[in-house]
Design a protein around this ligand. Structure first.
Ligand code: AMP
Ligand code: ZN
Length: 468
């Protein structure tokens, strides 16, 4: 399997640190608003990478954080007159709901920055002890960028060019030794959330959060670190500087970055205001369509969002779902018994579609080509399945189609899809009710689900469910 590694700027063979296991960290969203469909791209893309790794038999430890303390969250809390923690909690619940509707699997762990402050204080202290960080007079702790010899290796930036750029825009009044130094810990301002630290009451910088959460949940060395391409610099460059200086080991082996989702060929972003939220798209389409649209392009290619392309995605997905339904309908009235010799021969012909699908995914997760392999299988099913076939043959074709779709995170069983979605919605509603201390409503939902044979289990990582 080949992965394009931003660090080496070429495709490399994937070799995990530990055979059979993958440790993967994906930078998650800052939760101050509903996520937009640009934010959905890394979620869908890296969930698909995870699914393919699992299909290959790897055990994937997938960690994706929520940044729940940040200037934008604080701004929103001031605007709305509610605590910052409440803003974050609300949008984490909304984000989890969108993820469920896009059939993005929950991470093995979704750590929250605010729950990981002790680890951050530890890593910052280590960096200070090793001479990679220093506290300024006002209690701000900065990373001494020039001390880290590998600085710039991910983004390909040269430290002297950066220095020249920074000189022009140097902010007066900052107490840095060098304009390139970045913040690890900053003093609180009036009304902001804060934690005690050896340097001042304050809060962490954004970059240190990910270095610490990756270390705690995955270890000092990890296999894959991923995110959108805007994170290469400075976020990921700074993560490398922090983690490698503190741990004395290489941090991530493979760095993967998705290209942007554009609109009118301009980056979709909150600051430009040219975005659609996932929720807005959900009013018009099943979010499976959004997922299918995202996977129709290679993750490293920019993707332009348009109404026409969404319609095309809707039609494409419909073709797949119709074929799956057709197989199921035929199977419902087909004869029991083994496949005939002719059927076995036909079924064996579908190996080549699976082969093409796998070869595409092995080539740096080329989902565009993988989707076309699925279409070839669909076409084959449409021309080689009829009421004359055995149930065994029809079910084998169904299973094959479902298996490939599952790697892409596409549900082929519409009935189950609606049901699962509804369950996730009710669970999210129950969580919201509990947060609002409306326990009567929360219990009512639990009972309603139990009546449908759905059992809930509250775990430290959130609520899991199973059919009784
Ligand atoms: P943020 O909440 O801005 O930190 O973004 C969360 C994730 O979404 C990061 O991995 C970003 O790189 C990614 N992202 C933001 N906007 C886009 C976009 N228009 N297209 C693709 N990825 C994006
Ligand atoms: Zn990060």
């Amino acid at each position: 399997m080949k992965i394009y590694n931003t660090l080496s700027k070429r495709k490399e063979d994937f070799v995990p640190l530990e055979p059979g296991k993958v440790r993967m960290y994906v930078c998650g969203p800052t939760v101050y608003n509903l996520i937009h469909i640009g934010n959905a791209r890394p979620m869908i893309v890296f969930d698909t990478v995870r699914r393919y790794l699992e299909y290959k038999g790897y055990e994937v430890n997938y960690v994706s954080n929520f940044t729940d303390v940040d200037d934008k969250i604080i701004k929103k809390s001031v605007e709305e007159g509610i605590p910052a923690g409440e803003v974050a909690e609300r949008y984490i619940a909304e984000c989890r709901k969108d993820m469920a509707d896009m059939n993005v699997k929950p991470a093995t762990t979704h750590p929250l920055a605010t729950q990981e402050i002790p680890g951050m204080l530890d890593m910052i202290s280590t960096l200070v002890e090793k001479g990679y960080a220093y506290a300024a007079e006002d209690g701000t702790v900065y990373y001494r960028t020039r001390n880290f010899k590998g600085y710039g290796k991910l983004s390909g930036k040269n430290i002297d060019d950066l220095q020249a750029g920074h000189r022009d825009i140097q902010v007066t009044g900052e107490l840095k030794e060098d304009p390139l130094d970045f913040v690890l810990w900053k003093p609180k301002k009036e009304g902001e959330p804060y934690w005690d630290s050896p340097w001042c009451k304050g809060r962490p910088g954004w970059h240190i959060e990910c270095s610490v959460m990756a270390k705690k949940y995955l270890g000092e060395e990890i296999d894959i670190h991923a995110g959108g391409e805007d994170l290469i610099f400075p976020h990921h460059e700074n993560e490398i500087a922090q983690s490698e200086a503190a741990n004395g080991k290489p941090f991530a082996r493979y760095w993967m970055h998705n290209a942007f989702l554009n609109i009118d060929n301009k980056k979709m972003s909150k600051s430009l205001g040219n975005f659609f939220t996932v929720r807005e798209i959900a009013e018009r389409y099943d979010l499976q369509v959004l997922r299918f649209f995202m996977l129709s392009a290679h993750y490293r290619s920019p993707l332009n969002f348009s109404a026409d392309l969404m319609e095309a995605a809707k039609n494409g997905l419909e073709r797949i779902l119709t074929a799956a339904e057709n197989l199921k309908r035929l199977s419902g009235s087909a004869a029991e018994g083994d496949m005939s010799a002719a059927e076995r021969e036909l079924y064996a012909q579908t190996d080549r579609f699976v082969g093409k699908f796998e070869a595409s995914m092995e080539d740096d997760f080329n989902t565009a080509d993988a989707v076309s392999a699925v279409f070839e299988l669909v076409k084959f099913c449409n021309t080689n399945a009829s009421a004359a076939n055995s149930k065994a043959y029809l079910d084998a074709l169904s299973a094959r189609l479902a298996q490939l779709c599952d790697v892409l995170g596409l549900l082929t069983d519409r009935e189950e899809e609606i049901l699962d979605e509804d369950i996730e919605k009710l669970i999210a509603e129950r969580q919201a009710a509990r947060k609002a201390r409306n326990f009567a409503r929360a219990d009512e939902i639990r009972d309603q689900l139990a009546a449908m044979g759905i059992l809930l289990k509250d775990t430290r990582e959130g609520v899991t469910w199973k059919r009784a």
